[in-house]
Structure formats: structure tokens, C-alpha cells
Design a protein around this ligand. Sequence first.
Ligand code: ZN
Length: 222
Amino acid sequence: MQASSDQQVGCAYCGSFVDGITKDHVFPKCLFPSEPASSRTQRITLPCCVACNRDISLDEEHFCKVLLCAGSPNDAVMDRWKSKALRSFDRGSHGMRQAKDLLDMMRPVTVDDRERHLIYPAKEERVLRVLRKIIRGLSHHFDVETAVPESRVWVDVLRPQIPDGLLDACGFQHRHAGVYECFGHAFGAEEPELTSLWLMLFYDRTPFVGLVSRCGVPTLVP
Ligand SMILES: [Zn+2]
């Protein structure tokens, strides 16, 4: 067996051992404040091949903007909107396309007799894809399993209230103040369908729930 320092590091997402392994932020960098000194919390990063990293980066930019638009603004959302989102719209045709993608997601609704435009993150495949990638990264980070295929992950907005005590029962927890909280639970062999359950809350307002199946698409979907 080789010494650990000589061992090649594999991609946490696809499991491939290739040259050019990069570092991936499990929670996309665009979620965080520009000023790194604002928090001492260590961000979760994983080894990631160039292909996996490149494949998801544009969707991550879109994901961050969708989260900023989904719900009532708060201080963290306004900070990220002014410091990152607005600037990115300025980047020529790429920025314009990102702005159009957001506008295309807006749906008119009537609230208190006034028409408003709301955005529904769980109706957008690119948003769900980033959420699935975060769950795959968390599965690796917390040593549940590595290189989880995207096809085994299901995710949606969490609509019911979180049952009392569930978060305390989750064995894995990580939070970055004002950005996200995540909670995870790994099932034992007594659970035939699922390997893990994840709850993620962004900007203190948008909750998502995710399930990872043992095989195939999760069937125990609420
Ligand atoms: Zn990869």
C-alpha cells in the first residue's frame, strides 16, 4: 500500500482519479459575503475534478440569484444582491442572459389585491441540480458515502413544518451565520430505501429537504 501522501485524490462527485483535481466549495461561493473576514466559520471544500467543477459553475451562479429573489429580503440578501448579483448583470451578454433567466422564472400572483411577481426555486431544474450537488458533497464531507450519482438524489422545497426534535436528532450539522444551516441524518441498514436525509436553510428563510436513495430514484418521496 502506498503512503497516504502519495495517494491520488479522487473527485468527491464522480469518483474519478484524474490529473487536475481542483477544490470545490460545497456551498457555492456566491452565497457568501465578499468580505471573507466577516466569518471565522470554515467553508466546506472538497476535491473535485475539472469536469465536475466546470459543469456546475454557471448553474451555481444562477442558483445564488434565484435564492436572493425567492422570499422577502433581509440584510444578508440585500448585501449579496448589491455586492454580487447586480455587478454580475453588468458582464455583457453573459450578464444579460442571467438577468433574462431570472425574469423568465417570475410568476405573477395576486397578494392583498396587488399583483406581485414571485420566483419558485423548486420549479427550476438548474436550481435543483445545484441542491443535489450540495447534498452529494455533504454526503462525502460527513463520510456517509462518496461519489453519489445525481440520479439517487431527490430534493424539493420543504413545505410542511419541520417536526419538533428532528433537527436535534440529526447527526450532522453545519452552519455559516446568515448564509446557511444544514442538517443531515444517515440511515442504518434497517432503512431499506434511503441512505440519508438532508435539510438545508438558506438566508434564514428558504428551506429545502433532500433524500438519497440506496438505489435508483428515491421512492419514499413525501
Ligand atoms: Zn468529478
